[in-house]
Design a protein. Structure first.
Length: 357
């Protein structure tokens, strides 16, 4: 142990000597702490790379052991066939958990009903009483979500939001898609595939629509694309607070009967499979359909050519990166990035076999 520590110390001293800075400055760069100018950081990093210096892993583990247990709280929707999307972030969290549990990190799960705000509020109160060292959650319901973030700031508890940001709120860290540009991209796909005289339906299928920031921003981005390019396709709206197939299919049947010349339907969330099921039953192979997320039903309809495009935003990586961000901040004092935006992937029947969430 002493030999390893001495070797690491010698390495740090040599880096400091070559960079003409203090050992403390080198230590800040190695552990990604604040207080070093970009110019100095670049100079030190170049020397580290040249020498091939590796931090003393054994010493780091010893430091971790002295910190005691770290408890992280995770707040997610209950995972069911209707909310299968959330299995991917949950898998990413589990992957991160398996990598860091040896360092005394425990993850505690708090689940809420995505259709019932009171369950979210109840879990927020439980988390506040639990007093974790870090929190990862999705702010499905803005008001209680803000309550949790405000409490966290006052208590000095780092937190990470995934998948959805809180509109107009200065969050500590957001990991997920940029929803406006995601909708903008969807409009571009539709534009390429649809004739100028065709009508286009924007379908929002959710129990709560007026407070669902993600789907509203996607719609805003979608409409902005057509406005920016002065495209004349009529944009129709289909809102359904019913999320079961029977209710969605009734609304679709009514709209399709009323409106002739529909060329495409854009579904702003993962419930695109409900629309695919209706179009398949109605024999409407002439309508371009696109929506979100790599769920089982969506992929089956993609394979069957009932869905033309799935837009995916790496939900598994969101969960994994969220936990690792908290871990690295709490253990190594790494600075938490304000935003880490996920890539926006376009999945088709031709490439779905090669996609990984």
């Amino acid at each position: 142990m002493k030999k390893n520590n001495a070797k690491a110390a010698a390495g740090v001293k040599e880096i400091a000597r070559l960079a003409q800075v203090s050992i403390a400055t080198v230590d800040r760069v190695i552990h990604n702490r604040e207080g070093v100018s970009e110019k100095t950081k670049t100079k030190i990093q170049a020397i580290i790379d040249k020498l091939g210096y590796q931090p003393n892993v054994l010493a780091q583990r010893l430091a971790l052991a002295t910190r005691g247990t770290i408890n992280l709280a995770v707040l997610l929707p209950v995972i069911s066939p209707e909310t299968e999307f959330w299995q991917a972030p949950r898998d990413g969290i589990s992957k991160a958990e398996s990598e860091i549990k040896q360092y005394g990190v425990n993850i505690h799960y708090f689940y809420f009903d995505q259709n019932d705000e009171s369950t979210f509020e109840k879990q927020v109160k439980k988390i506040i009483r639990f007093k974790p060292q870090g929190i990862l959650f999705t702010p499905t319901f803005p008001d209680p979500a803000v309550q949790l973030t405000e409490h966290s700031k006052k208590a000095g508890i780092p937190y990470v939001l995934i998948n959805t940001d809180i509109p107009g709120y200065d969050a500590m860290c957001y990991i997920g898609p940029e929803s406006f540009h995601s909708g903008y991209l969807a409009a571009q796909l539709v534009h390429y595939c649809t004739a100028r005289d065709k009508k286009i339906v924007i379908a929002k299928i959710a129990r709560e629509i007026s407070t669902n920031y993600a789907i509203l921003r996607k719609e805003e981005g979608f409409r902005a694309y057509f406005k920016d390019r002065k495209l004349e396709n009529p944009l129709l709206t289909l809102d359904s607070k019913e999320t079961e197939y029977a209710g969605v299919s009734r609304k679709l049947a009514k709209l399709v009967k009323q409106e002739q010349n529909i060329g495409a339907i854009f579904v702003t969330n993962s419930r695109v499979s409900l629309v695919a099921r209706y179009l398949e039953a109605a024999g409407r192979t002439d309508i371009i359909l696109l929506g979100y997320d790599f769920t089982t039903d969506n992929v089956q309809h993609l394979k069957a050519d009932n869905i033309d495009f799935l837009i995916c935003e790496k939900p598994q990586e969101q969960g994994y990166r969220g936990i690792m961000t908290l871990f690295q901040h709490l253990v190594y004092s790494n600075v938490i990035e304000k935003n880490y935006l996920m890539p926006i992937d376009i999945i088709t029947r031709e490439n779905y076999l090669f996609y990984r969430n």
